[in-house]
Design a protein around this ligand. Structure first.
Ligand SMILES: *Cc1c(COP(=O)(O)O)cnc(C)c1O
Length: 428
């Protein structure tokens, strides 16, 4: 299936080309212009990895044979995505059982494999991945590419603005994983990555690729766990399903909307943001006004210029998603803390991102509906905030305990493209 550039519709590329190129001309995003028909019931009856391979095959077409996808997904999605019941009418879709304890593992692990497949087919022997992270992408991408021959990974993160444990998960690896602590916020990191892509010479010399949520392979991979969620629900819950997504760059939300377009029974989706509320304000007023990014407890969502939003607009423009199927909510810091405490009183340990989604769901859920909020990260990844909110200590799972005492290998970088260019050229 061909993907078209949303900004330059004449540019149409295959899936693997889109994976390799990342961003299209004029920084346009690649996205399908039409959608396959899938047999939802048959898919729901399959086990997770196998179902995911079938689903991705329907989305991608014959460019990746089903058998190759089954192999890739078997390796990539080796961990579960369980729905944990919280109350009678609310559950948490736990997406943090992968190696770096956040949902970014799903997209990151499939993208790494898709990229290596694209590279093999085009006889490219080396690739440089340049990516910006607001916290969890960095770790997922780093682990997915760690020690892969022919791949160098450069990760930019906003210095001091992500949790210590989040940082330790990717800055302590070394080898082919290079990490840079940028003196700025996430939007500045993202802007630097865009500058890199505008530098044709640099991109050509190093064969640079992005691993951000703009990469279509990540979005497609994320569609799979929405199916996995519904597969675990009762028929009654499936009929009245509302899903609340804690949103930053809006990749996760876009993936849920794609699942709905493919026929998954989702009644409505809620996009929940923290105080970085460009989208909720836009949804009310029609004015796209980007304010300065503010730091919050849910730091992986501290994004004020969400780069997947054009894809949501495109789904609305295609007429496959109706405005009424989506609502938006801003959840402030106080409400976020309240969410963590309320969930704890219900016997469910959470963290600020999930709590944002939970509070938004509580505002919106109607009698008779069943609500899922996405648990996007393991609570221990945000140990300090969670302990401060709840006033009691929480334990570290083994993956975090192992890196907690290690030293960060990250270098410092001014938010300056000329400096970044020097670092990249030194990898040549
Ligand atoms: C990345 C991230 C988000 C936001 O996801 P988007 O797809 O960027 O909207 C939410 N929660 C956590 C824990 C994350 O790491």
């Amino acid at each position: 299936m061909l993907l078209r550039n949303i900004k330059v519709p004449a540019q149409q590329v295959s899936f693997l080309d889109a994976v390799r190129i990342g961003l299209g001309e004029q920084q346009g995003l690649f996205f399908p212009a039409s959608w396959p028909k899938v047999d939802v019931d048959a898919l729901l009856a399959m086990p997770f990895a196998k179902r995911s391979a079938h689903l991705l095959h329907a989305l991608i077409g014959d460019e990746l044979p089903l058998a190759e996808l089954e192999q890739m997904l078997g390796e990539a999605f080796y961990f579960p995505a369980p729905v944990a019941p919280v109350t009678e009418e609310i559950g948490s879709l736990e997406l943090f059982h992968g190696p770096t304890l956040a949902f970014k593992d799903f997209g990151g692990r499939f993208m790494a494999r898709a990229l290596l497949a694209a590279q093999k087919r085009s006889n490219v022997s080396r690739t440089t991945i340049v990516t910006a992270t607001s916290g969890d992408t960095g770790a997922a991408v780093a682990h997915a590419f760690y020690r892969q021959p022919g791949v160098q990974v450069v990760i930019l993160f906003p210095k001091g603005k992500i949790s210590v444990l989040q940082e330790k998960l990717f800055t302590t690896l070394g080898d082919n994983i290079h990490t840079l602590a940028v003196d700025g916020d996430f939007d500045q990191c993202q802007a630097l990555v865009k500058d890199v892509f505008n530098d044709r010479e640099l991109v050509g010399r190093l064969n640079i690729n992005s691993a951000n949520s703009i990469n279509i392979s990540r979005l497609f991979a994320q569609v799979c766990y929405y199916f996995e969620a519904v597969a675990q629900l009762t028929p009654a819950q499936r009929e009245q399903l509302v899903i609340s997504v804690p949103s930053g760059n809006f990749g996760n939300l876009t993936a849920g909307l794609i699942a709905k377009v493919l026929g998954l029974p989702i009644k409505r989706m809620i996009a929940a943001t923290n105080a970085n509320d460009t989208v909720p304000r836009y949804w009310q007023s029609g004015q796209w006004q980007v304010n300065k990014t503010v730091a919050t407890l849910s730091n992986a969502m501290d994004v004020s210029a969400p780069n997947n939003w054009p894809r949501v607009e495109d789904l609305l423009a295609q007429g496959v998603i109706h405005r009424s199927a989506l609502s938006t909510q801003m959840v402030d810091e106080e409400d976020t803390q309240l969410g963590v405490r309320q969930l704890s009183q219900l016997g469910y340990l959470s963290e600020p991102h999930a709590a944002v989604a939970y509070r938004a769901l509580k505002r919106e859920l109607q009698p008779g509906e069943y609500g899922l909020f996405l648990g996007t990260a393991h609570p221990a990844k945000f140990k300090e905030s969670v302990e401060n909110i709840l006033g009691n200590p929480i334990a570290l799972p083994p993956a975090l305990a192992a890196v907690a005492g290690e030293t960060s290998l990250a270098g410092d970088l001014a938010a300056d493209f000329v400096e970044l260019r020097k670092v990249l050229l030194s990898l040549e």
